[in-house]
Design a protein around this ligand. Structure first.
Ligand SMILES: [Cu+2]
Length: 292
């Protein structure tokens, strides 16, 4: 799909739409001012989303140019001045076949990668660990069932507290409306299953750089997965209109090395009054997609 990325970059630049992120490959973990493109992908699912988006952009651009050219040509060629006696033709079998078959081919070209991507995002590979995200009005609760079932709640750092909080935690340039008092920590290069549900109303757990967005529904357990390739901090937000503080329940995920993750787990277990983890986490039960 390299070819598509190049064409897409050219099209975006011509349209003045590119934020430069995709072309330079600069890493950003959250939305940035004036951004018009996706956040850089850090999972293979999101890379495929980028590719699919680029493919669609190329197809849409070509169709738009073709229709515009056809319109302009028709207006010029068949104007009353140049074409005083209009033709009475009403049918043209070959032309009608063509304008039926060509769109069908275009739709098939779109459908194949679309279904492939849907399947890839939806069907869980063999997972290495599970975390649970539970939506509440107005925060996210998290559980780590494979590591002793410790849990915590992540609340947004309010604007009035942001600078003081950043100073206390030695964080430069804290992100307004995105920082939380507790972070979801996961290891890099690990298949992580996220089980998502809600305690009250519909919420949605979404992290753009992962290509993950899944509804949190009361009384139902949804699941998705991600495997992050790059250590870093990634931000997301609740993406379902869930009430007056919908815009104030951010998601902050810190992706760390496996050894750092083990240290973090030990600290969490001690805080929860659990023994440090000695053996490897238990094998995660295989769950086929149909058993959701
Ligand atoms: Cu919400």
């Amino acid at each position: 799909m390299k070819f598509n990325r190049i064409i897409s970059a050219v099209v975006l630049n011509i349209l003045g739409l590119s934020s430069g992120l995709m072309i330079t490959g600069a890493s950003a973990s959250s939305a940035v001012p004036w951004q018009k493109d996706f956040q850089p992908a850090v999972t293979s699912v999101m890379e495929d989303v980028h590719d699919f988006h680029d493919l669609l952009l190329v197809i849409i651009t070509l169709i738009t140019i073709f229709v515009l050219a056809l319109l302009l040509y028709t207006m010029w060629k068949f104007s009353a001045k140049r074409n005083p006696v209009p033709s009475k033709t009403t049918h043209h079998a070959t032309l009608e076949m063509a304008w039926t078959i060509v769109p069908v081919i275009i739709l098939v070209v779109i459908a194949v990668p679309s279904f492939k991507l849907l399947y890839k995002a939806d069907v869980l590979p063999k997972v290495d660990m599970t975390i649970k995200a539970i939506g509440n009005q107005w925060n996210w609760g998290y559980e780590y069932p494979d590591h002793g079932n410790f849990s915590f709640v992540a609340n947004m750092i309010g604007e009035s507290d942001l600078q003081r909080w950043a100073k206390e935690n030695k964080i430069k340039n804290p992100k307004r409306l995105l920082e939380t008092d507790a972070e979801v920590v996961v290891p890099v290069n690990t298949n992580v299953r996220v089980q998502v549900t809600s305690n009250d109303v519909l919420h949605a757990w979404a992290v753009p750089a992962f290509g993950v967005k899944i509804d949190a529904v009361p009384g139902r357990l949804n699941q998705t997965w991600f495997n992050v390739k790059k250590v870093g901090i990634y931000y997301g937000q609740c993406s379902e209109l869930c009430g007056q503080n919908h815009g104030f329940m951010p998601i902050k995920v810190r992706v760390v090395s496996k050894s750092e993750f083990a240290k973090w787990v030990t600290a969490q277990r001690m805080a929860a009054g659990l023994e440090p983890l000695k053996q490897k986490p238990r094998e995660v039960a295989k769950l086929s997609n149909s058993s959701r």
